[in-house]
Design a protein around this ligand. Sequence first.
Ligand code: ZN
Length: 305
Amino acid sequence: MNHKCFLPLLLACAVLIGVAGLGISKSTNSKIRVLIIDGQNNHNWKDTTPFLKEQLEKSGKFEVSVATTPPRGGNAQAWEGFKPDFTACDVVLSNYNGPQWQPESVRESFEKFLAGGGGLVNVHAANNAHNGWKGFEKATGLLWRGNKDGARVYLNELGKVMRMEVGDGPGAGHGPQHEYVVKVRQPEHPITKGIPAEWLHTRDELYHGQRGPGEDMRILATAFSAKEKRGTGVHEPMLWWIPVGKGKAVTNVLGHVGNLQKDPAMKCVGFLTLVARSCEWAATGKVTIPVPDNFPTADKTSQVD
Ligand code: ZN
């Protein structure tokens, strides 16, 4: 090569490197892509999906899109319109409680997404869904099922994880809504790091006796299910995660909403912080979202407006 054509070549290289560099910095700075799935739920998904989307986007970390299934009873033709593109998201936030997604190819692509390093965050009744879908049930661990439908996992008074097999003890249920203390069990986990060891959750249902495969569960937080609130008298898992291949599935059973004006559970700053941090962590393995100053304390609840 003579030196006359060396300079243009050098410039061309510099431009190429610059373009590649921009590409890299763009993807590093880009937001975490959350896909909320809704469409069926015995809770008010039409109000809670936009609410969750707004709350997540407020953090500046997320870009949220929504995929909606056909309504209950939809036939195969109705389900044809349901084609969530899991390759275009980093984490799925399930606000869905209904039968297994159709067709089978959707379930398969979701399992592939999760095993390949994707994230799943189930909120409240999302763990009631997908009866019989083994991949989802394994990833979720404990579900709203009867006592014949799986093992039960809870913590005893010493904080030891206990397991009851099929048929022993209660199935899934809850007593009347009330305020209750959520107890962090893994304070060094990125999702719960810096959160008060015990904090008072806004009035909500307290799920108990949940059932499922219950394997590989990392229980991050529990709540004591008091007998006088028609509970079980033990510490029930409220927030946990399960590794699935390279992916992570987080389940958070707080957040009952029949009517967003009357049921304040999802407005709890504790609930919202956990959901945002869970989405960030399930997508990236890291948490940068801070614990807000108005986080609930051991004796004081806190809600967003
Ligand atoms: Zn509920």
